[in-house]
Every structure is written in structure tokens, then in C-alpha cells.
Design a binder for this molecule. Structure first.
Ligand SMILES: Nc1ncnc2c1ncn2[C@@H]1O[C@H](COP(=O)(O)OP(=O)(O)OP(=O)(O)O)[C@@H](O)[C@H]1O
Ligand SMILES: [Mg+2]
Length: 280
């Protein structure tokens, strides 16, 4: 029922095909990764799934609905929550307030009664704050609840963003590069939270990530995109050994500039190098 099914998804921008008839499915409760070199179409795919971009062709089905016809608001209401490649939080607001914003779609009392401080609105507010504290504990940011997000270390901000998505009580979580720019320790903590989100909350997770170690450790299946086309789909082990995947990443490793190497190209190049060594 709440399997995500992406079927023939195509997105064209003036003259550029960012996604070209892409298919994949994410069964309920599974972790599915979408990987590929820079510009492969991964974020475009997320933007269609969350209603930010319109599909040119194809369909995306989830929870009995056709998502390509819906607004971001309606998609969120179906239980699809996302994080962004670049942090999208209100940096001056406290962690708690950012998480409360995540609960907006679940708030019944509405602004009018909340403004009048009716007892029902107060009770509802207290209930939401209680749940927000639980979620903060779950992702390990309890100690920062009162701090403005902008003051926190990068790795903590990324966990707050995940917490904001969880605050929407989603059944499908879209994570766009959750560990990009993090150090080893921050990566490990984020990986633990993702594993727990799946195990304890039973969520389906769609993960875009350049860190191959993370992908291999977390994902049940992997879809590989290159220039908008699906070039492979399988278990982490299968796609790692796929010659088309290795070619795509080797090509990318040769064209990344020095600045990019530190963040993304290196992991891609490492994966390709490791593959080459295994073959030798
Ligand atoms: N709004 C847009 N208008 C025009 N072109 C776009 C738009 N969004 C994305 N693109 C183009 O679509 C292609 C795919 O971009 P996308 O951001 O989906 O790649 P990606 O796989 O997420 O890359 P990265 O790993 O660098 O994040 C790129 O060529 C990009 O320039
Ligand atoms: Mg991207």
C-alpha cells in the first residue's frame, strides 16, 4: 500500500533532460539509495517526489495517490517528509521552534484558537512540545533545544533537520545527502539515527548520498543515475560491481575540480579505485 513507485519519470528543463524515464520502487519499510555523479539528477528526483518540481512525463505513486499531480503541501500530508542538500532551517529560531514548525501539518487547533490561548489549543501545544522533545532525544539534540539553530555545529544542524522531518510523523523520509560535509564522527552518529529511524519508527527511507560507505551500509537497494538515466539498479553489492557504474564514477572523478574533490569527487574516486583494486 505505501510502497513508493516511480515509473518512467522524466524531467526536462529548457533543452536539458535532467531525468530520463527513470523507474524504481521503494517497498514499505526499506531503505533505498539513489546515487550517481554530480548533476546525475538525484536532487531533481527528490524535488519531483516532494512536489517542488513538476514531472514532464511519468508517474510517482505513494499511499494510493499520484504525487506528480499534488502540491508540496498535499504530498507532505500523505506522510512524505524531506531534508535538503543545503540546510533549510530558520537559523535564528531555536531548535524547538524549528521542530514545532515541522509539526504544523499535524496541528488541529489552528492559528486563531492558538492566538486566543483557548484551553484546547494549549493542550494541543503541550502535546506537540512533548513529542518534539521525544524526537529531539531520538536524534540526539535534546541539549540544544533552546539554542538558535545557526549557532550549532554543522553536524548537529543536519540532525536537527532530520528531526524536523521526523516531527511531521512521516511514513516516507527523503534524505538528500544527509552526511555531506560531515566529519567521520558526525557521519557515524547520523548513520545510527537513520538506522534507528527505520528500525524503531518503521519508516521507508529514500537516500541520496555520495558517501559510498554509508550507502553500502544502510541501503537495501540502490538505483544509479548518470546524466538523468538509470544505469543500474540492484543490491549495494551488485551495483558496486557493475561496470557501467564504475565507468560513470571514473568519468566523474576525472572531471571534478580540486575544490569538489574534498567533498564528493573523492568518495566517488575512492569507490572506483577500490573496485579497480578488487579486480586486479
Ligand atoms: N531548476 C533547474 N533549472 C534548470 N536546470 C536544472 C534545475 N535543477 C537542476 N537542473 C539541472 O539538472 C541536472 C541535474 O541536477 P541535480 O541537481 O538533480 O543533480 P544531482 O544528481 O543532485 O547532483 P549533485 O550530486 O551535484 O547534487 C543538472 O544538469 C542541473 O544543472
Ligand atoms: Mg543534488
Amino acid at each position: 500500500m505505501s510502497e513508493l513507485i516511480v515509473d518512467g519519470l522524466t524531467v526536462r528543463f529548457a533543452g536539458l533532460t535532467a531525468l530520463d524515464a527513470v523507474d524504481f520502487a521503494v517497498p514499505e519499510g526499506s531503505v533505498h539509495a539513489v546515487i550517481g555523479p554530480n548533476g546525475a539528477g538525484k536532487s531533481t528526483c527528490f524535488n519531483v517526489l516532494s512536489g517542488v518540481y513538476r514531472a514532464t512525463e511519468g508517474s510517482v505513486r505513494f499511499a494510493g495517490a499520484e504525487l506528480t499531480a499534488l502540491s508540496p503541501h498535499k504530498i507532505a500530508a500523505l506522510g512524505v517528509a524531506r531534508t535538503f542538500q543545503n540546510i533549510a532551517l530558520s537559523s535564528r529560531q531555536s531548535v524547538e521552534n524549528n521542530l514545532m514548525l515541522g509539526r504544523h501539518r499535524l496541528t488541529r487547533a489552528g492559528f486563531a484558537s492558538a492566538g486566543l490561548r483557548l484551553p484546547r489549543a494549549r493542550r494541543e501545544d503541550a502535546r506537540h512540545r512533548g513529542r518534539v522533545r521525544e524526537i529531539a532525544r531520538f536524534v540526539g539534540v535534546s541539549e540544544y533545544l533552546d539554542a538558535p539553530v545557526g549557532m550549532l555545529p554543522y553536524g548537529v544542524q543536519k540532525r536537527v533537520e532530520l528531526a524536523r522531518a521526523l516531527a511531521m510523523e512521516p511514513s516516507l523520509l527523503l534524505l538528500d545527502e544527509p552526511v555531506a560535509g560531515m566529519n567521520g564522527d558526525e557521519r557515524r552518529r547520523m548513520a545510527e539515527v537513520i538506522v534507528a529511524a527505520r528500525a524503531d519508527l518503521g519508516l521507508s527511507i529514500l537516500l541520496v548520498e555520495h558517501d559510498m560507505g554509508m550507502v553500502m551500509k544502510l541501503a537495501d537497494r540502490v538505483t544509479v543515475l548518470d546524466f538523468g538515466r538509470r544505469i543500474a539498479d540492484g543490491t549495494p553489492d551488485e551495483v558496486q560491481r557493475d561496470p557501467a557504474v564504475i565507468r560513470a564514477y571514473l568519468g566523474a572523478a576525472h572531471t571534478v575540480d580540486a575544490g569538489e574533490l574534498a567533498v564528493t569527487g573523492e568518495t566517488a574516486a575512492d569507490a572506483a579505485r577500490q573496485k579497480a583494486e578488487e579486480r586486479a
